[in-house]
Each structure stands twice: as structure tokens, then as C-alpha cells.
Design a protein around this ligand. Structure first.
Ligand SMILES: Cc1cc2nc3c(=O)[nH]c(=O)nc-3n(C[C@H](O)[C@H](O)[C@H](O)COP(=O)(O)O)c2cc1C
Length: 209
């Protein structure tokens, strides 16, 4: 296995993005454990959300909910629920986002999908379907979120190594939201702390029928 998409001669001929954008979003962007110093402005967070929300979800349900954890006090409350290997970087990242899904997305259907409003009672009585759709579509939105952060010039460090029940107790009490991912964010650092792991070749992960 190799990872030579960066130098793949024909790749850039197939893209509508310029090389710089393809590098920033996909080819050179790395999952981050270190960041340059400097605060992340509220305007940057709003830009990340403005891009994230445009990614498609089933029926446009948009179940992702984001808690931006900026203050040292809130950061400490989050860090105690992170796995040991994730705690230090969650304390030191310039910004941290707790991503949750809401199972009550159906209540907003009159706004998000007015043509589906008549379905609200049937979703109300079907919590299992609501949860499945919430989990699947919030994870899709988490992918958009990571790419949106990169598009806004940030490096993201997504993590699922944390005690979700503990985080929900701290940040989602009395809400229908459940945490599923924590993402550290900051301006990219020059520190490369590990080599890129291999990606699967086309033939290992694709079939053309
Ligand atoms: C859903 C998800 C959960 C992850 N959980 C953790 C984690 O708990 N701790 C950690 O150090 N890295 C975690 N990672 C980081 C991955 O190992 C990393 O994104 C992957 O190896 C690709 O690294 P690269 O972008 O530098 O190529 C997670 C990544 C994703 C997308």
C-alpha cells in the first residue's frame, strides 16, 4: 500500500478545486495534535458552521449540535471525561468543539423541511427511527465539520476516546442531545508528530459494476 495521491499525475486534472485548495482540504491536511498559538475568533467559528450546515442530510434534518468549549473552566469540565491520551491536547488546543446529535430533530421539520411537516406525529411516535437518523446524519455532518474547519484555515483533531455519558452529564443535561465526538481545533502547527498512515488503494476499496 502506498499514499501517493499527492503526486498522482492525473489527479489534479480531475478536480475542480485548485491545487492549493485540494492540499488544504484533503491532500496535505493532517489530523492535528499540536497547534500554533492564537485564539480562534467567533467569526471563524461562525464560518465553520456556515459551511458545515450546507452539507446534505436526509430530509434536511440537520441533527448536529455543537458546543464550543473555549473558557478554561469549561475546558477543565470537559477534560476530566477525555481518555488519558486525549486529555492534554484537549486542554491545550485553542478551541474545542463537542459534537452531539439531537433526537428531537423532527420538531424542526416545519422549518427545515416544510413539505414533510405532516410526518411530525409519525416521527414523534417512532424514537428508534429518530435516533438512527440522528446518529447517521450527525456523523455525516461531523465529516462536513472537519472539512469546513480546514476550509477556514484550521487544523482539526477529531476524537471519540472519551466518556460520552460523563460529557452529556456536564454539557447536555436536560437536553435531547447526546455527544459523539470531540474535535480539537487551532491554526496548523509546523510540528509533524507522526508519519501519515497508508490509505487503501482504489482496488482495495472500490468495485465498478
Ligand atoms: C471519528 C474519529 C475518532 C478519532 N478518535 C481519536 C481519539 O480518540 N484519539 C486520537 O488521538 N485520535 C483519534 N482520531 C484520529 C485518527 O487516528 C486520525 O484522524 C487518522 O489516523 C488519520 O490521520 P491523518 O489525518 O493525520 O492522516 C480519530 C479520528 C476520527 C475521524
Amino acid at each position: 500500500m502506498s499514499l501517493d495521491v499527492v503526486t498522482e499525475p492525473d489527479l489534479h486534472n480531475e478536480l475542480v478545486l485548485d491545487k492549493e485548495a485540494a492540499a488544504a482540504l484533503f491532500l496535505e491536511a493532517r489530523t492535528a495534535n499540536n497547534w500554533a498559538t492564537g485564539e480562534i475568533a467567533d467569526e471563524t467559528l461562525q464560518a465553520v458552521y456556515a459551511l458545515t450546515r450546507m452539507g446534505p442530510t436526509a430530509m434536511n434534518i440537520q441533527p448536529l449540535r455543537i458546543a464550543w468549549v473555549r473558557s478554561p473552566e469549561a475546558r477543565e469540565r470537559l477534560a476530566v471525561h477525555m481518555n488519558d491520551g486525549n486529555r492534554a491536547k484537549t486542554l491545550t488546543a485553542p478551541m474545542v468543539a463537542v459534537l452531539s446529535y439531537t433526537t428531537e430533530w423532527h420538531e424542526l421539520l416545519p422549518t427545515t423541511a416544510p413539505h414533510m411537516s405532516k410526518m411530525v406525529p409519525s416521527f414523534e411516535s417512532n424514537p428508534d427511527v429518530r435516533k438512527l437518523m440522528a446518529v447517521n446524519n450527525a456523523h455525516l455532518q461531523a465529516g462536513y465539520f472537519i472539512m469546513a474547519a480546514r476550509a477556514a484555515g484550521l487544523a482539526a483533531g477529531p476524537m471519540t476516546g472519551f466518556d460520552a455519558a460523563g460529557v452529556d452529564n456536564e454539557f447536555n443535561a436536560d437536553s435531547p442531545s447526546t455527544s459523539f465526538m470531540v474535535v480539537n481545533l487551532g491554526r496548523p502547527s509546523d510540528v509533524v508528530d507522526r508519519a501519515r498512515l497508508p490509505r487503501l488503494e482504489f482496488d482495495a476499496a472500490n468495485v465498478t459494476l
